[in-house]
Design a protein around this ligand. Structure first.
Ligand SMILES: Cc1cc2nc3c(=O)[nH]c(=O)nc-3n(C[C@H](O)[C@H](O)[C@H](O)COP(=O)(O)OP(=O)(O)OC[C@H]3O[C@@H](n4cnc5c(N)ncnc54)[C@H](O)[C@@H]3O)c2cc1C
Length: 383
C-alpha cells in the first residue's frame, strides 16, 4: 500500500532524530540505497544513556541466529557479542535452576560509546556509508522527510543497579523474586572483567533503592558476587503498541513508538527491525504501519499477554515456572514458542490489553517528593 506519507524525493535529505539502534539502522538502510541521511543525536556520543551497560541481544524469538539476521539485514556485527549458553536462575528460596542451551540463548553486548559496543559498530557503519551524524544536536522540529527515533517517552518498567569491575568469570545469573524485583527479575551479567547488576522491576518503583540493596545481597549470598569501582546506573523502558506509528508523515521507530518486548524488556531487536522497516517504507513507498503491523505486531501482542500472565505470578509460581522451563530439553525452542502467537494467546489478548494498560501507571508510587527513575523521567505528568 502506498500513500502520501511515503513519497520521498530521491534527492531529498532524510533527517533522523536519535542515534540509538533504531535510528542508526534506519540510517544505514537508507544510505545503502544511496540516500543522503543526517542523524541528529542530542548527546556528544552514541549510547550515552547506557554508558557501558551490558545487555542481552535475545536469540530465542526466531530459529535463525540473531547475528545471521543482522547480517541478512545488511548490518555490521563487528561488536563484542559473547554467546550465552550456560547460566543459572534462582527462585525466592535460593533454589538454583541450571540454564543450558546448545545454541546461544542471547549474546551479551555492551552499550555506549566504547569501541566494541553495538552502538559504536552501528555508528561506524553508518559513517562509512556517508551518513552525517551530528552530535550535540537536539532535534526539536523536523521540516522535511524524516524518522523519529528518540527512545522511550514514558517509563513502564525500570532497571536499576550498578556497572562494576570484577574478578568473576564470564556468566549470567537471574533471580525471580518479587521481593527483589516486583513483577520482573534481578540479573547479573559478567563479561571480560566487567559487569552489570540490576533489579528490573515493573512495579514498586518508589522503593527502588530497597530492591537494589536486596538484589546485591542475594547475588552475594547465592553466587559469591563481588564488585569493584561500582557506578550506579539505571534506565527506563517504554512498552506500548500504538494504533499508528506515524507522527504526522514521519515514522516512529524503536522505543519512541513503544516497541518493546513487554514481557522482559529485550527491546533491541525490535528497535533494529523497526528502523529497517521504516527505512524500507520511505524507499519503497510502502505504508510503515502496514509493514510493522504485519511483521512486528503479532509478537508484541503475544508479549503483552505474556506480561499480563507474568504479573500475576507469585514467588511460588516463579518456582513452578523455573522448574518447568528449565526441564525442557530445548529451552531456546520452548521460549521461542512462548513468543509466538497462538490461539490461546489470541483469546487472552483483550483481557491482557485491559490489564496491562492499568499497570502502565505504577500505583505503588504516589509521585510525591519522589526521586525514583520513573519520576525523574518526568512521567508523572501522565497522571
Ligand atoms: C537499563 C536497561 C537495560 C536494558 N537491557 C536490555 C537487554 O538486555 N536487551 C535488550 O534487547 N534491550 C534492553 N533494554 C532496552 C533497549 O536498550 C532499548 O529497547 C533500545 O535501546 C531502544 O533503542 P532506540 O534506538 O529506540 O532508543 P535509544 O537506544 O534510547 O536511542 C535513542 C537516542 O535518541 C537520542 N535523542 C533523544 N531525544 C533526542 C532529540 N530530540 N534529538 C536527537 N536525539 C535525541 C538519545 O540521546 C538516544 O541516543 C534495556 C534498557 C534499559 C534502560
Amino acid at each position: 500500500m502506498s500513500n502520501d506519507k511515503n513519497n520521498t524525493h530521491p534527492n531529498a535529505v532524510i533527517e533522523i532524530a536519535g542515534a540509538g539502534p533504531a535510528g542508526l539502522t534506519a540510517a544505514i538502510t537508507l544510505a545503502q540505497a544511496g540516500r543522503q541521511v543526517v542523524v541528529h543525536e542530542t548527546h556528544e556520543e552514541v549510547g550515552h544513556r547506557f554508558g557501558g551497560d551490558f545487555q542481552g541481544l535475545e536469540n530465542w524469538s526466531t530459529r535463525e541466529d540473531v547475528l545471521a539476521t543482522l547480517t541478512a539485514l545488511g548490518l555490521a556485527t563487528d561488536f563484542t557479542a559473547l554467546p550465552c549458553r550456560n547460566g543459572a536462575a534462582f527462585d525466592s528460596t535460593g533454589k538454583q535452576y541450571q540454564i543450558n542451551t546448545d545454541e546461544p540463548l542471547f549474546y551479551l553486548v555492551e552499550r555506549g560509546p566504547a569501541p566494541d559496543t553495538l552502538d559504536s559498530a552501528l555508528l561506524r557503519q553508518a559513517q562509512s556509508l556517508g551518513v552525517e551524524v551530528r552530535f550535540n544536536s537536539r532535534l526539536c522540529e523536523m521540516r522535511g522527510d524524516g524518522i523519529l527515533a528518540v527512545g522511550p517517552r514514558a517509563a513502564d518498567a525500570i532497571a536499576v543497579g550498578y556497572h562494576f569491575e570484577t574478578d568473576m568469570a564470564n556468566g549470567f545469573w537471574a533471580i525471580c523474586d518479587n521481593d527483589l524485583a516486583p513483577q520482573g527479575y534481578a540479573y547479573l551479567l559478567v563479561m571480560n572483567g566487567k559487569g552489570t547488576v540490576k533489579s528490573c522491576m515493573f512495579s514498586g518503583f518508589k522503593q527502588e533503592k530497597l530492591y537494589v540493596r536486596r538484589t546485591l545481597e542475594a547475588f552475594q549470598r547465592l553466587v559469591g558476587f563481588e564488585m569493584k569501582n561500582p557506578k550506579p546506573h539505571g534506565g527506563s523502558g517504554n512498552f506500548h503498541i500504538p494504533r499508528s506509528a506515524y507522527s504526522g508523515p514521519r515514522p516512529l521507530v524503536g522505543e519512541q513508538a513503544g516497541f518493546q518486548d513487554t514481557l522482559w524488556g529485550f527491546g533491541m531487536r525490535l528497535a533494529i527491525s523497526s528502523g529497517v522497516l521504516a527505512a524500507q517504507s520511505l524507499l519503497n513507498g510502502e505504508n510503515y504501519d502496514t509493514l510493522w503491523q504485519r511483521q512486528l505486531k503479532p509478537q508484541m501482542d503475544t508479549s503483552i499477554v505474556n506480561r499480563a500472565l507474568y504479573s500475576l505470578v507469585s514467588n511460588r509460581g516463579y518456582s513452578w515456572c523455573l522448574r518447568r522451563v528449565t526441564s525442557k530439553p530445548d529451552l531456546r525452542e520452548s521460549l521461542r514458542r512462548q513468543y509466538q502467537p497462538s490461539l490461546s494467546k489470541r483469546l487472552l489478548a483483550p483481557w491482557a490489553r485491559r490489564r496491562y494498560e492499568s499497570l502502565r501507571k505504577d500505583t505503588s508510587c504516589d509521585h510525591i517528593d519522589c526521586h525514583c527513575i520513573w519520576c525523574r523521567g518526568g512521567c508523572c505528568d501522565d497522571d
